[in-house]
Design a protein around this ligand. Structure first.
Ligand SMILES: Cc1ncc(COP(=O)(O)O)c(C=O)c1O
Length: 404
């Protein structure tokens, strides 16, 4: 039965009343929180325009017979679909390539529905780059590939591996202590080669999801160059630091990556969802600047760029610089407060980013021997989210996966 307007409005009210107010300025969550008003206004406009980001224009062929020549002629017509937003996407990505430090004439990219899909784009592109035939004839003549990432990776990498595992075997190797240890990585690559595996992909994380750790990109880039392995930087969380000249040093070496995932819906505060997968590409086999349909795995695409474009214009580079610097200052201040408040202990000291993980130590165990105290603390039940991450890891670990 169709419901009347009154009833629909009531439904809307119920949804807002029963749901968590995640857009409230005082709702705090790690990775994304709050609501940027300019970004929200832009999202309204996006919804109103309801433009599909298929392509700049679409061609179609009309066949007709002329009376004079009585032969079939073909006329190529084109109609415009999303000219403004496709150009805008290109312009915004150009700025992002510039921030990464790439030659903007040798770069490409696409806005993807989230960082996990952006990582998937990167993984697939790495395989197509190493085995171009696999794009057309499948993977039957592709050897067993392996990918490497740190222990404190985002579980999205596992999801990508699961997906591609359907038709090609990937083994993933993890490195502990929140970040990759370059020496351990190189040793593992050599071992893999000896075992007949083909190292394909190294995923460096720039700002890990839980601890906010940074993999040493520069040193890992040296290793990838030596072994001719695709270097991907997952800067979904940390990419925003590129906007701060004071803090961008944490991403030193990112310009040497073959691909980068950068989620403006995280640190930059764009409304969900807004995520880019960016590529450094010296040789472009064909020009897809306007025909984005040929490079996306989707057919129709949501317009995720307008809210970022408008928000970036409203703040300017200086506004973003101040915003990021203030967040980093607040993080330093909070760290100080945790250190000087009795009963609290930092899990990682000093924290490197905005993730400040700490324990509250109940007074009855404060004076225990450190090992005993740690054991007691670790008994505290992990929260649901951590459990999900742990379970994802457990599921993904097979006999080839190693921990150090
Ligand atoms: C480092 C990192 N990479 C990738 C992702 C996945 O991004 P999304 O949630 O947009 O798919 C996350 C999400 O938290 C992340 O922290």
């Amino acid at each position: 039965m169709p419901e009347n307007l009154q009833s629909l409005l009531k439904n809307c009210e119920d949804v807002l009343r029963l749901g968590v107010r995640t857009g409230h300025p005082r709702f705090f969550n790690q990775i994304s929180c709050g609501l940027d008003i300019v970004s929200m206004a832009a999202e309204w406009l996006t919804a109103t325009a309801n433009t599909n980001m298929y392509v700049y224009y679409r061609r179609f062929i009309i066949k007709f017979q002329t009376l004079i020549f009585m032969k079939i002629q073909q006329v190529l017509l084109k109609y415009f679909l999303s000219p403004v937003f496709i150009l805008m996407e290109k312009e915004v990505m150009r700025k992002m390539w510039e921030m990464i430090g790439w030659d903007v004439d040798k770069a490409d990219g696409i806005f993807a529905p989230g960082g996990a899909i952006a990582n998937l784009y990167a993984l697939n592109t790495a395989r197509h780059n190493m085995f171009p035939r696999s794009k057309y004839v499948g993977v039957k003549d592709v050897p067993t590939l392996c990918a490497f990432t740190s222990e404190d990776f985002c579980c999205s990498i596992y999801i990508c591996i699961f997906i591609v595992k359907e038709y090609q075997q990937y083994f993933i190797y993890l490195f502990q202590k929140s970040k990759m240890i370059p020496e351990a990585l190189e040793q593992k690559i050599i071992e893999c080669k000896k075992d007949g595996l083909t190292p394909l992909f190294v995923c460096c994380t720039a700002g890990t999801t839980v601890y906010g750790a940074w993999d040493p990109i520069e040193r890992i880039a040296d290793i990838c160059e030596r072994h001719k392995i695709w270097l991907h930087v997952d800067a979904a969380w940390g990419g925003g630091l590129l906007l701060s000249p004071e803090h961008r040093y944490r991403l030193a070496g990112i310009e040497r990556a073959n691909s980068v995932t950068w989620n403006p819906h995280k640190l930059m505060g764009a409304l969900l969802q807004c995520s880019a997968c960016l590529f450094r590409q010296d040789d472009k086999p064909y020009d897809v600047s306007y025909d984005t349909g040929d490079k996306a795995i989707q057919c129709g695409r949501h317009n995720d760029v307008f809210k970022l474009w408008l928000m970036w214009k409203s703040k300017g580079m200086e506004g973003y610089r101040q915003q990021i610097n203030r967040l980093m200052d607040l993080s330093a201040y909070f760290t100080l407060r945790i250190r000087e408040t009795e009963g609290y202990e930092l899990v990682v000291d000093p924290p490197e980013f905005l993730n400040i993980c700490f324990w509250y130590i109940p007074s009855r165990i404060r004076d225990l021997d450190p090992a005993e105290k740690k054991a007691r603390l670790e008994k505290v039940e992990l929260n649901g989210k951590t459990n999900v991450m742990r379970l994802t890891r457990e599921c993904g670990r097979d006999k080839y996966n190693t921990r150090r």
